[in-house]
Design a protein around this ligand. Structure first.
Ligand SMILES: OC[C@H]1O[C@H](O[C@H]2O[C@H](CO)[C@@H](O)[C@H](O)[C@H]2O)[C@H](O)[C@@H](O)[C@@H]1O
Length: 607
């Protein structure tokens, strides 16, 4: 039975900060409710997001006040300013995580802008997903929390009065206009003596400069620049810098159904989500990320192509077993909270197409060729040649029986098509191009015969099924059929009719398909699907409708431009893990497409 927790605030109330190795979520009330240290996939030491305050959080806000009056990221950065206008005065809290030097730091700078404000801080550290209360001691003006392998050091400049109570550290202090206090929280391995101390104000300037230099490389100058840049910053923040791996989201178990069980851990690198992120990055002119990701891929998938996984850990780890965390009550009571993801071992044939398409896009964008990337591609093709006719779990990772998903087959076609194109463009690659042309033609013929319903004039979710799938909207972007092909136009209409949720957004597949996905409960509109609809409409020449839908989707971003996986129009609430790469990939792709830049956040879209 779902138990509401006292701290639940809407998912869209959160903002993201991060240091390219992990991330934290800060609510409008000044409470940092999610933080995993030292990596995205480490155990959380603030897990209130999916539990209660007793599972760890850090509140820093004016005493007795609720949510901030307004907040925003500083221009072109991931530095967050939250401002409270209180009866006594105005105060700003600036939250960020500096580019990592030796250890992860969270910096929170409090500055009184006018009048006088009394601030309150409550720090509850709970290691191992909110379960372990650390031992606290004071060392050289720091509060140090230690449990097992983890140590967290907290200091403030200047030092403010603090005290321990009920396994929490509290501080209270008053500031008048112009006065500042900076808090620095640093994680360090507990067996080491002392973390390197950063200067919070220098770190702020450096963080701003780093982000702005990165944004300065953005090649997109169109009408949607502001939202595109915010999405690119978000995608960059989801990239694990040491290896180039990209997480699907920094959270686990934010529910797809309020109070439901569709709660998954997204802190891993899906080949699908990562390649689509890469497409968005490349289209916006970011090649370094493409290079880093390609190198990550080559390391992660090394070995027999039959052992290719659809997702890996940040460093390419293969074992990410799924388990439930029973002591966490779940976001707003939505249990279970899961860690790890068993979908890692599913067969999802679409990833071959996505990976090969991203290698093709990187090559076309001018990334220097790598011999073993081509060797890998050929190995993947040899494997796909033997497997493409098998049923699979598909891109939605259904937990019901395997099916002949049409989208999977279309993506197998993409794999063959891009291989043929690469060989045609670079004959020196050698090899038997006729073999891959035959495979490409065979897939095309089978999909048009078995995956298309001539009576309803639509492609179907799987061969012979009555159900539809929003991923079918990718058919024209993949180049499988022209955007004005009657079968594509019929599919757009059928998908809209069948999968349209309130407000014209799309569900990802037909409702009531518990027997397909093997899960109870319904879910909200899956945001990336609605971006795909806008793309399909635009490609079909219905640009006005596409723009209207895009503007509507933009209205669902939260006050700092972030999107979760899903949206429930009835309640006006975001749902699912947050912020999710998929949704931001969709946003960038559609914005670029509508600006005539050929959005590249989907298979083949940059062609
Ligand atoms: O709906 C069931 C599945 O939900 C998750 O998968 C979804 O998220 C992935 C990461 O963004 C995405 O690649 C996939 O297309 C989505 O369906 C979850 O990770 C799965 O374990 C679960 O079966």
């Amino acid at each position: 039975m779902a138990q509401r927790t006292e701290n639940t605030q809407p998912i869209e109330n959160y903002a993201l900060i991060g240091d390219h190795q992990t991330a934290a979520l800060v609510g409008r009330n000044g409470s940092m409710d999610w933080l995993c240290l030292p990596r995205f996939d480490s155990a959380a030491c603030f897990a209130a997001l999916v539990g209660s305050h007793e599972n760890g959080h850090w509140l820093l806000a004016p005493k007795g006040e609720g949510d901030c009056t307004h907040r925003a990221y500083r221009t072109d950065s991931l530095v967050l300013d939250s401002v409270w206008e209180t009866p006594g005065g105005t105060v700003r809290v600036t939250d960020f995580m500096p580019q990592r030097d030796k250890a992860p730091d969270v910096v929170r700078i409090v500055e009184c802008l006018d009048g006088e404000v009394t601030m309150h801080s409550t720090l509850r550290l709970r290691f191992d997903y909110g379960s372990i209360v650390p031992w606290m001691r004071k060392v050289d003006g720091h509060r140090v929390a230690v449990a097992g392998p983890d140590a967290v050091w907290l200091r403030s400049e200047p030092e403010v009065p603090s005290w321990g109570e009920k396994f929490s550290t509290h501080a209270e202090f008053s500031l008048t206009a112009g006065e500042k206090v900076a808090f620095v929280l640093t994680w360090y391995p507990s067996h080491k003596k002392h973390p390197h101390l950063i200067d919070p104000y220098e770190a702020l300037e450096e963080s701003l400069a780093d982000w702005r230099a990165w944004v300065g490389q953005c090649a997109y100058e169109g009408p949607y620049r502001e939202v595109v840049v915010r999405s690119l910053i978000t995608l960059k923040a989801l990239t694990y810098a040491p290896t180039g791996g990209i997480v699907a989201a920094p959270t686990t178990s934010l529910p797809e159904t309020p109070g439901g069980v569709r709660n998954w851990d997204y802190r891993y690198c899906w080949l699908r989500d990562s390649t689509l992120t890469l497409g968005a990055m490349i289209a916006a002119g970011y090649l370094d990320e493409a290079r880093a990701w390609r190198d990550w891929l080559l390391r992660a998938v090394a070995g027999d192509p039959s052992t290719l996984q659809i997702m890996y850990g940040l460093g390419g780890e293969r074992r990410i077993p799924e388990f439930e965390v029973p002591w966490l009550s779940g976001y707003d009571g939505a249990a279970p909270v899961r860690v790890g993801n068993d979908a890692a071992h599913q067969l999802q044939l679409d990833v071959y197409g996505e990976v090969i398409d991203s290698l093709y896009l990187a090559d076309r964008a001018g990334l220097p060729a790598k011999h073993h990337a081509w060797q890998l591609q050929l190995k993947l093709m040899e494997y796909l040649e033997k497997t493409w006719q098998q049923p699979d779990e598909g891109l939605w990772e259904v937990r019901g029986p395997r099916r002949q998903f049409v989208h999977s087959k279309v993506m197998a076609w993409v794999a063959a098509d891009r291989t043929v194109r690469a060989m045609e463009a670079t004959p020196e690659l050698g090899g038997d191009v006729a073999r891959w042309r035959r495979m490409r033609d065979a897939i095309h013929a089978e999909v048009c015969e078995k995956g298309y319903d001539p009576v309803r004039n639509t492609f179907t979710q799987s061969y012979g099924s009555q159900g539809l799938d929003a991923a079918l909207l990718l058919i024209p972007r993949a180049g499988f059929l022209p955007p004005d092909d009657p079968r594509v136009l019929g599919t757009i209409e059928a998908v809209r009719d069948e999968l349209g949720a309130e407000g014209g957004l799309l569900l990802r597949y037909s409702p009531g398909q518990g027997e397909v996905d093997g899960l109870p409960g319904e879910e909200g509109a899956f945001l990336v699907c609605s971006f795909w609809l806008a793309d399909a409409l635009h490609l079909a020449g219905r640009t006005k409708e596409a723009e209207a839908l895009f503007r509507q989707l933009l209205s669902y971003t939260n006050d700092v431009g972030l999107l979760a996986e899903e949206y429930d129009v009835r309640t006006g609430r975001q749902l699912g893990n947050f912020p999710q790469a998929f949704s931001h990939i969709g946003l960038v792709g559609t914005a670029l497409g509508l600006s005539g830049r050929g959005g590249s956040a989907g298979p083949g879209a940059a062609r």
